[in-house]
Design a protein around this ligand. Structure first.
Ligand SMILES: [Zn+2]
Length: 140
């Protein structure tokens, strides 16, 4: 995934941003990413550099914007295609589940209404199995 003009800045920062997102397992905002990167590298990281890297990662299908949290999450290698993002309101963990049939139904409904979709955010907020188990409510 080379930059459009051979620039290596988004690639280098992008790789570091992706490592941070994979390590944290929860969506992170742009300024939080800049702070964490600065802590890792010991140098100041501008938010614009982070946003350029995020754009590069989104275009490459490695990161997804989490609309309801104004943040970003890494897309796991096994979650390519159409998926629903489950966001835990307690531990903030983001889980990707394949949902091609839901996306097809939603897009068909939009087409019937004469609407041409440009973006679709499928995010569900609730409690993950780990947090439900902690409160003794998860028996499945
Ligand atoms: Zn949780």
């Amino acid at each position: 995934m080379a930059g459009p003009r051979g620039s290596s800045v988004p690639e280098k920062t992008g790789a570091a941003v992706l490592r941070l997102l994979l390590r944290h397992e929860r969506p992170l905002g742009g300024s939080e990413l800049a702070r964490l990167l600065a802590a890792d590298t010991g140098t100041r990281v501008h938010a614009n550099t982070v946003y350029r890297a995020l754009r590069w990662l989104i275009d490459g299908g490695r990161v997804r914007r989490i609309a309801s949290r104004r943040s970003y999450a890494a897309i796991p290698f096994d979650a390519q295609g159409d998926f629903l993002i489950l966001l835990c309101s307690r531990c903030e963990r983001a889980t990707h589940v394949a949902a091609p049939e839901i996306v097809r139904d939603i897009e068909a409904a939009a087409r019937r209404a004469g609407f041409r979709a440009e973006a679709l955010y499928l995010e569900m907020i609730g409690q993950c199995p780990h947090c439900r188990r902690d409160e003794g409510a998860y028996a499945a």
